[in-house]
Ligand binder design. Structure first.
Ligand code: PLP
Length: 400
């Protein structure tokens, strides 16, 4: 019998798994299930990126590389940070790992000691708290209120910081809410951080390029250059370039931190896939014009889903600025009874009942530290979304 480590024992099994597993079982049993749980674009990787990968294979760029990235990719990353974010990072200030996830985990592993705290605004992306726990630290959840558009206020941040705080994790546009912070809102948070010089900032800009209605992302060190030395600016190609399977994430930050993260990589994953790294060079250096049509499609889907939610009895949502999720408040549905006779006590039960009654799979807000709510992803084809919207409305109308 395997006895899990203490670190692993502190990690909760993902609440999303229950719904995903149930959806899989229902599908296998022949039920018509629409999955709105996925966190990836349904678009293909652009051809010029695929071609670069094929060329890399043909050129035998298939061996180990420098552990934290080939120089060509590092150069493309420094150019990207300069061009898009106004940030100057040297080649020794950027690092590459097999996805955004390992970038974040490497940074936590490289810096956290038992007792160190990491402030995470909720609703949060599911992995942040568990990564912190796995790396030996303690997550401190700072709830962002729905009336503030799910964005943390300076007072919320200030209340969560204490002498043990090591990191503040910042994610805009956010998974799961799609909320994007304006430069003014970021500036207000940085004022708090300037008063607490022992706190480092980990900004996760993964959804930087998936934005709507003219919203543009500014990153923390760009808004407040005095935080440059204390900020790890993380990003990746997964979402913007529809490259989730290629596994490339990257970050820019203080030299010492980047070096420490390289040490973690050298004894764990080693380099990210050599072929994917060459594909990422093509992504970062290539055209971005394909994004407009994709974002237009996402925005149309977002608006259609928002309209369905507005019409659904008891559901409410804040309009997202970016990413491809809607975080839906279902508090008015709690306490009502589903068609199969069960009283819905929690958002987990709401999501279970929605899946059972209508075959629509969404993830309960509990998994993101904010309940009762659910997250749906609209990175799915239009026909499925139209049908899902109808089913959600029918389900809510059927609650008594
Ligand atoms: N950060 C956020 C906010 C995400 O939503 C995701 C993926 O879901 C990641 C990071 C990780 O991306 P990757 O697939 O590159 O590991």
């Amino acid at each position: 019998k395997i006895v899990p480590s203490e670190a692993l024992s502190r990690v909760q099994p993902s609440a999303t798994l229950a719904v995903t597993q149930k959806a899989r079982e229902l599908k296998a049993a022949g039920v018509d299930v629409i999955g709105l749980g996925a966190g990836e674009p349904d678009f293909d990787t652009p051809d010029h990126i695929k071609d670069a990968a094929i060329a890399a294979i043909r050129a035998n760029k298939t061996r180990y590389t420098a552990v934290d990235g080939i120089p060509e990719l590092k150069a493309a990353i420094t150019a990207k940070f300069k061009r898009e974010n106004g940030l100057d990072y040297g080649l020794d200030q950027v690092t590459v790992a097999p996805g955004g996830k390992p970038i974040l985990f490497n940074a936590f592993t490289a810096t956290l000691n038992p007792g160190d705290e990491v402030v995470i605004p909720a609703p949060y992306w599911v992995s942040y708290p568990d990564m912190v726990k796995l790396a030996g630290g303690t997550p401190v959840i700072a709830p962002a209120k729905v009336e503030n558009g799910f964005k943390l206020t300076p007072a919320d941040l200030d209340a969560a910081i204490n002498p043990k705080t090591k990191w503040f994790v910042f994610n805009s546009p956010s998974n799961p809410t799609g909320a994007g912070y304006t430069p003014e809102e970021i500036k207000a948070l940085t004022e708090v951080l300037l008063r607490h010089p022992h706190v480092m900032v980990m900004t996760d800009d993964m959804y930087e390029h998936i934005v709507y209605d003219g919203f543009t992302v500014k990153t923390v060190a760009q808004v407040e250059p005095r935080l440059y030395e204390r900020t790890l600016t993380t990003n990746g190609v997964s979402k913007a370039f529809s490259m989730t399977g290629w596994r490339i994430g990257y970050a820019g930050g203080p030299k010492d931190l980047i070096k420490a993260m390289g040490k973690v990589i050298s004894q764990t994953t080693s380099n990210a896939c050599s072929i994917s790294q060459w594909a990422a060079v093509a992504a970062l250096e290539g055209p971005m014009d394909f994004l407009k049509a994709r974002n237009d499609a996402f925005r149309a889907r977002r608006d259609r889903m928002l309209a369905d939610i507005a019409e659904a009895d008891g559901l409410h949502a804040v309009t997202p600025n970016g990413a491809f999720y809607i975080f839906v408040d279902c508090s008015e549905a709690i306490g009502r009874t589903a068609p199969h006779g069960k009283r819905l006590e929690t958002d987990i039960e709401f999501c279970d009942a929605l899946l059972e009654a209508e075959g629509v799979a969404v993830v309960p807000g509990t998994a993101f530290g904010s309940a009762p709510a659910f997250r749906l992803s609209y990175a799915t084809d239009d026909d499925a979304l139209i049908e899902a919207g109808q089913r959600i409305r029918r389900f809510c109308a059927g609650l008594s």
